[in-house]
Write a new protein. Structure first.
Length: 558
């Protein structure tokens, strides 16, 4: 009997760890945001009856929209060329400003904490101030036209582009820079020699992504006087010429889809390219490397020409040519730009001190409406985007036709500027938060579903294969391995969507889609720039709170 009592007990299951206080708090916050979305949907009056009652308006709108009235060919080409020129110069300006900002913001390339914090604060400030507000400021300085839009989009883009560049610099292999440092190179020589070569793919990929975003933004800025297709759309819709306005919107949709496909192809080519060494035997080698004796001339400071170096040279040459052509197309004058910059003190004096204009209660009420639109659109868009994103992940959707169809849906939806959606929903459902919510919900499907699909495809497939080898079903593999790995990224993407929707909800107010953006546009039109500043302060405060909450959630979930 005593021998039996001494036998070891059977295998014990591992004890489930107790949830941490941070995990509980994060769960409470996420549930609160979901409940806030449900409350917002109810408060805004979004329900089946609202959609059904808008059906007749939708039919009437379609009747007024067709047949589409496209502009004459040369006029259409001119509008497209002007729009692309504005967007190209704005994106190029953002890259030029972002590279030095990122070098100061990255811990591996800056020598002091003070400079790093200043650079990081600058990126947050640029990101927090909407490009529409910047456009209002610069229109006051430079007048109507392309210059204000280029500078506004360029500076606003620094907030995101410089942040991504700084993060990429900190993730680079620091070995080449340390080798140069040990050889006695100065800090400037270390940065110029070691960083650009490794960072170039990230610079190009981020610039392409920002070009795509700026193309959509240019449509919005047309409503405050920036040129291009956006101004033509605004002019048509103000007189309710839906046939011409929607025809121009269709051109914008086609442009966005084309740019999305081109950007994707370039990014894929960058990922496949290795580009190292001399391409011996190619026509580039025969043309440019003649007379270079191995072991002797290889000591020259200039590297030998290769196909990779030749492609880079052509790329830089093409950028310079496009920059000159774009500058000529929008009639950008450096003297006018300099004269406008001299007006900065007088212009800023119009915006300070901030004032509520005697309508603080109304301002806070409209700010609440903006938050409701953002929460409701995030919830509705998230519910629709999650299944589409799952089916658009190559490692989840077994059927290639399902995968390709889902990806095509994402591309098409992402190609529709949210401003165009807001205009359509304002006509169909009337002025107010319903139109803004529905527009942002559709836009959220395009953004969030793509981010979810990419996150699922980036999960470690070895974990999934191990579970399949152990006999797990595809459903078990999906929930236990794929979703579990992608969950932190999905939470981060959802919070990013909420942050984006708050900014977008503010901007869509310019077309009557509800929220504080309507007050912002009215204040700028009657030259109440001190009221514009107060609206901006409220918006920045909300954005910073949401960004801080997002950072905390990402840290806790990981």
């Amino acid at each position: 009997m005593s021998t039996l009592q001494q036998l070891p007990a059977g295998p014990q299951l591992p004890v489930r760890p107790r949830p941490s206080s941070g995990g509980i708090a994060a769960t409470v916050v996420m549930l609160t945001l979901i409940l806030g979305g449900v409350w917002s949907i109810n408060s805004l009056g979004i329900n089946i009856n609202t959609i059904v009652n808008s059906f007749d308006n939708a039919v009437n709108f379609l009747g007024a929209m067709f047949p589409l009235d496209f502009p004459p060919l040369m006029e259409g080409i001119s509008l497209v060329a002007e729009t692309l020129a504005i967007v190209f110069l704005a994106t190029l300006l953002s890259v030029i400003l972002s590279v030095p900002t990122a070098l100061f913001a990255a811990s591996t390339t800056t020598s002091g904490k003070g400079a790093q914090w200043v650079a990081r604060a600058l990126t947050v400030l640029c990101r927090a101030i909407p490009d529409l507000v910047l456009a209002i400021i610069f229109l006051r300085m430079f007048g109507l036209g392309a210059t204000a839009g280029i500078v506004a989009m360029g500076i606003h883009s620094v907030g995101m582009v410089a942040k991504l560049y700084a993060d990429a610099i900190e993730e680079l292999d620091d070995g080449p820079r340390e080798s140069l440092a040990s050889a006695g190179a100065s800090r400037g020589q270390q940065i110029l020699s070691a960083i650009p070569q490794q960072l170039m793919p990230q610079i190009i990929a981020t610039a392409l992504h920002r070009f795509d975003i700026n193309l959509r933004t240019s449509v919005l800025l047309g409503y405050v006087g920036v040129g291009g297709i956006g101004l033509a759309i605004a002019s048509s819709l103000r007189v309710m010429d839906y046939q011409r306005g929607m025809a121009l919107a269709l051109i914008v949709l086609a442009l966005c889809i084309i740019i999305e496909l081109i950007s994707g192809a370039i990014r894929a080519a960058l990922m496949r390219s290795t580009g190292t060494g001399i391409s011996g035997g190619t026509w580039v080698d025969r043309m440019f490397n003649q007379g270079r004796e191995p072991g002797v001339n290889d000591l020259k400071l200039t590297p030998p020409w290769s196909m990779d170096r030749f492609r880079k040279f052509l790329s830089f040459a093409l950028i310079i040519v496009l920059a000159v052509a774009a500058t000529w197309r929008v009639n950008l004058s450096l003297s006018d730009l300099w004269n406008g910059l001299l007006e900065i003190p007088d212009t800023l004096a119009l915006f300070f001190p901030p004032s509520t204009g005697g309508s603080l209660p109304n301002m806070l009420e409209q700010l609440l409406v903006t938050l409701q639109i953002s929460l409701a659109a995030t919830l509705i868009g998230g519910v629709i985007a999650i299944p589409i994103g799952i089916l658009a992940a190559r490692n989840v959707a077994a059927n290639k036709y399902v995968y390709q169809t889902s990806r095509m849906i994402i591309v098409v939806v992402r190609g529709i500027p949210e401003l165009i959606l807001a205009i359509i929903f304002v006509v169909i459902s009337g002025l107010g938060g319903v139109a803004g919510t529905l527009a942002l919900s559709v836009g959220a499907v395009g953004l969030l579903s793509k981010l979810i699909a990419d996150s699922l495809e980036e999960t470690d497939t070895k974990v999934q294969e191990s579970m399949r080898a152990a006999g797990a079903s595809e459903m078990q593999v999906f929930f236990a391995a794929t979703i579990r790995q992608a969950a932190p990224a999905m939470v981060a993407h959802t919070m990013y969507l909420l942050d984006t929707n708050i900014r977008s909800a503010t901007l869509l107010g310019v077309v009557g889609a509800g929220g504080i953006g309507f007050l912002l546009l009215n204040a700028s039109r009657i030259n109440q720039f001190d009221v514009v500043t107060m609206v901006l302060i409220l918006m920045v405060a909300v954005v910073l709170i949401v960004e801080g909450l997002s950072m905390w959630l990402r840290r806790v979930v990981r």
